[in-house]
Design a protein around this ligand. Structure first.
Ligand SMILES: [Fe+2]
Length: 207
């Protein structure tokens, strides 16, 4: 992995350094380097800030703000429950690594080169050919991350509705949803990108 790629990953996602297990931490960096390598993005902060193309699209800010926010929200959930209910069993490393990798497949689904190809001929490979959750699970496994992290990449999104999800995946899934629904309610997302948010969504205009 080129040293500038590694440096950019740690610059964009400094929370990676909070992963205590060194092998897991290095595998997270390796996985992001792999996902970026096979995309037209140079770094994570070049990726658009969106839940998926044309869904929950931030007016300002790119994907690393979302990844960092979900990691912080998910770890706040861990802290809340482990301090109030010390008897619970949770692996904070898996939550943190899973949160930082949950959207790793957006290098594929949000890549403008891929989007143009799929849009031109959706009959060839579909549109998208693989959603970010599915491609993300592939990247996690290819980079040597454990199946528990690949499962979070797969199960955090709609695909999770078809399987039983792990405890760590459930926490990341709701942190992810909380982030997007809060951002949308606060008026941070384009109104025309919120059709999936349902009738309860009433974005507050920004001043
Ligand atoms: Fe996400």
């Amino acid at each position: 992995m080129p040293s500038q790629v590694r440096a950019s990953i740690l610059e964009d996602l400094p929370e990676i350094l909070g992963i205590r297990d060194e092998a897991l931490r290095e595998a997270v960096i390796r996985a992001w380097a792999l996902s970026l390598r096979d995309s037209s993005f140079d770094r994570i902060s070049d990726m658009p800030g969106e839940g998926a193309p044309n869904h929950f699209v931030l007016y300002e800010g790119s994907q690393e703000l979302h990844l960092r926010g979900v990691a912080k929200l998910a770890m706040a959930i861990v802290d809340e429950f482990t301090s109030t209910f010390p008897q619970v069993r949770i692996d904070p490393d898996l939550v943190l690594a899973g949160a930082l990798c949950h959207d790793i497949g957006k290098c594929w689904e949000c890549d403008p080169v891929n989007l143009a190809r799929w849009q031109e001929r959706p009959d060839r490979a579909g549109y998208p050919s693989l959603r970010h959750s599915v491609y993300g699970a592939h990247i996690c496994l290819a980079a040597g991350l454990p199946e528990t992290i690949a499962h979070i990449a797969l199960g955090h999104s709609m695909e999770g509705q078809h399987i039983k999800v792990s405890t760590e995946c459930m926490i990341v899934r709701w942190a992810d949803n909380s982030w997007w629904y809060s951002a949308a309610a606060l008026g941070l997302c384009r109104a025309d990108s919120l059709s999936a948010a349902g009738p309860m969504m009433t974005p507050r205009p920004l001043p």
